[in-house]
Design a protein around this ligand. Structure first.
Ligand SMILES: [Zn+2]
Length: 329
């Protein structure tokens, strides 16, 4: 839990806890179709990715103002800090907000109000990654990148999320080329529910530097060899995989086999309010259920900082890595 770590796969909208959802609903006069927080918590039960996404988008209706996004990010950062997170690269989904009439500026500036004082308030350094919804059109992604141009000093990179199957990476070739031309870092969800070919495409066509999830690479020895050789980081989310039935039970998770194969794996929380735990909870669960040794846990923490977009501040990366090596279990 307290092992110093970076969180590299975290959707800020997925940190909306039932209590905060009700607080923001009351503040904004939004009616939620749940009697109370207990009823809402019961709704946090999913069959698959799509049934989760339906609730995820429904609850976003409570996020209206800069202050709402600031409160959301602050609540996450406080919880993350309590679980050993020292650095967080945070995803947000602007299209889901713009579609509801909430402007890009409201989202980015609201989040930024929390991020700008995160180091002082929580001891957590942060970066912001803007994700495109892959079940929306390529044109919509291009318009989203255009809308983000006034805020690029606040955004380190772009990502690709939401329903994977049927929406291959190649659909977003143009917007990733445009993002690269703007100097943005690139990541993408691939190989969660989609096939290993989507991982190859994300690397070859979109030029991504990290793969989010990527666990289905294990179906292709050739792809595993490539990911090991090129040291491509994978941002795994074990509790998310169980909740969304990507794996049946945590004991079946391929993480130990992936580490044995030499893959650069990291452990993250994805949508922690919905999936039963934050970054430390994920570490705790894989330690207990998969029997990872202390050296394996240290490797995962080390990997998280090695895979971070900290090239602008290598001294910071070195300090975080030193904290990992000095950590006593
Ligand atoms: Zn995700």
């Amino acid at each position: 839990m307290s092992l110093p770590k970076a969180e590299l796969h975290l959707h800020i909208e997925g940190t909306l806890e039932p209590e905060l959802a009700f607080e923001l609903a009351a503040r904004n006069g939004v009616e939620l179709p749940y009697a109370d927080t207990d009823a809402l918590r019961k709704a946090y039960r999913f069959e698959d990715l799509q049934s989760f996404l339906n609730l995820y988008y429904e609850l976003m209706a409570v996020l209206r103002t800069e202050r709402d996004f600031e409160d959301l990010a602050n609540a996450y950062l406080a919880r993350a800090a309590a679980q050993g997170v020292r650095h967080a690269e945070i995803f947000f989904d602007p299209q889901a907000h713009i579609a509801r009439g909430v402007e890009m500026g409201t989202v980015v500036e609201g989040l930024w109000r929390a991020l700008a004082r995160s180091e002082d308030a929580h001891g957590v350094s942060t970066q912001l990654i803007m994700c495109f919804l892959r079940d929306e059109s390529a044109q919509s992604a291009l318009e989203t990148l255009e809308a983000a141009k006034p805020y690029l000093d606040r955004i380190v990179g772009v990502g690709l999320d939401s329903a994977e199957v049927g929406h291959p990476p190649v659909k977003f070739r143009e917007v990733y080329e445009a993002a690269a031309a703007l100097g943005l870092r690139r990541v993408a969800h691939a190989g969660e529910e989609g096939p290993p070919e989507y991982i190859v495409e994300a690397l070859d066509v979109l030029g991504v530097e990290r793969i989010d999830h990527g666990l289905r690479c294990m179906e292709s020895p050739e792809l595993v060899a490539r990911l090991v050789r090129d040291r491509v980081p994978l941002t795994l989310c074990p509790l998310s995989n169980v909740r969304l039935r990507t794996v049946d039970v945590l004991a079946d998770h391929p993480l130990p086999a992936m580490l044995d194969a030499g893959l650069l794996c990291t452990v993250n929380s994805d949508d922690p309010a919905y999936f039963g735990g934050y970054a430390g909870d994920n570490f705790d669960s894989v330690q207990k259920t998969l029997g990872l040794t202390e050296e394996r846990l240290r490797e995962l923490a080390r990997n998280s900082f090695l895979a971070s977009f900290l090239e602008h501040d290598e001294g910071r990366r070195e300090r975080y890595l030193a904290e990992v090596e000095a950590y006593e279990f």
